[in-house]
Design a protein around this ligand. Structure first.
Ligand code: SF4
Length: 307
């Protein structure tokens, strides 16, 4: 978990955050046939097909491909022209992908005696298999991958926890969040969240997003993301701070300004540039939006969530 320089942090109750997402995913999710299998060959075919083709169209092609070449041995023995012909006939994008898939099947047969390797590093040695696909196969076939970080996952992390638009930060946050040794269910769940709840136009309530109580974007109402038109960096940073105020008050009930300030920004100094006066401005905005109430008491102002 990171704080300080990058000015972001995952919620402290990481276990609850994880459990909420996995429960949400297991209660209901879109059904794709490749989610029902742990066969690495079948998963690799689905991953390669879905790189350029909508998931709804991949399903028919995937079934047809596996009917024709059910195993790596069958595919390795096929004529390359037939595989490429299948690819074109099903409008699956670049024919090179068909050639690489055919070659990968040969590698599995010849270099690995027909048994797929099970680590992302070894899988990435297969022809045409990049780091993303290797990790997906390791996760979904062998429960042995790292956290998937794709556009959907970045959008979720950016909105929910204020992770900055930076690849290293996304990698770190995604891997910190993933429960050890549970890449299969976790990666499916977080990709599902990005696909059905936290899309470019998020559907937080209708999709019953399990992270609403932790989410900075949900608290602030600003749903910009790396792939959704940005607000100015000033607005982006204010959004993050508003989210932190709401998160801290949710966790602690009510807080005096000097208790709240350090939980909102690490450089809070009561009389400094980002001190009480700055915090009062932020709280006034939140109060105006009906999210927070501020009460003057003898010892100073105290903030809590509006009821
Ligand atoms: S509450 Fe909304 S914005 Fe936040 S993670 Fe869930 S779907 Fe995305």
């Amino acid at each position: 978990m990171t704080d300080g320089a990058g000015e972001w942090a995952l919620p402290e109750d990481t276990e609850d955050v994880r459990a909420a997402l996995v429960d949400w995913y297991e209660a209901d999710h879109r059904s794709f046939p490749w989610r029902e299998t742990t066969d690495p060959y079948e998963i690799l075919v689905s991953e390669v097909m879905s790189q350029q083709t909508q998931l709804s169209r991949v399903e028919d092609a995937w079934h047809a491909f596996l009917d024709r070449w059910p195993t790596t041995a069958d595919l390795a023995a096929a004529d390359r022209g037939d595989v490429v012909g299948f690819w074109s006939a099903h409008s699956l994008g670049y024919n090179n992908r068909a050639k690489y898939l055919h070659e990968a099947a040969r590698q599995v047969e010849e270099d690995y005696s027909g048994e797929f390797p099970d680590t992302p590093g070894e899988l990435a040695e297969l022809m045409g298999v990049g780091p993303y696909t290797a990790n997906a196969v390791a996760s979904f076939a062998f429960d042995n991958g790292d956290a998937v970080v794709d556009t959907n996952v970045k959008r979720v992390l950016y909105r929910a926890f204020g992770v900055p638009d930076d690849d290293a930060a996304f990698e770190e946050a995604a891997n910190d969040l993933m429960p050890d040794g549970e890449s299969r269910v976790w990666n499916n769940a977080v990709m599902e969240l990005g696909g059905v709840a936290c899309g470019k136009a998020p559907d937080c309530d209708a999709a019953e997003c399990p992270w609403r109580e932790y989410c900075e974007a949900y608290a602030s109402g600003d749903f910009s993301a790396p792939d959704v038109p940005q607000q100015s960096s000033f607005e982006g940073s204010r959004r993050q701070k508003r989210g932190r105020v709401v998160g801290a008050l949710r966790e602690h009930g009510e807080l005096a300004l000097d208790e709240l300030g350090p939980r909102v920004r690490v450089d809070y100094v009561p009389d400094g540039e980002h001190g009480r006066e700055w915090l009062r401005g932020l709280l006034d905005d939140l109060e105006g939006d009906g999210l927070v109430t501020v009460e003057e008491r003898d010892g100073g102002a105290v903030a809590r969530l509006a009821s």
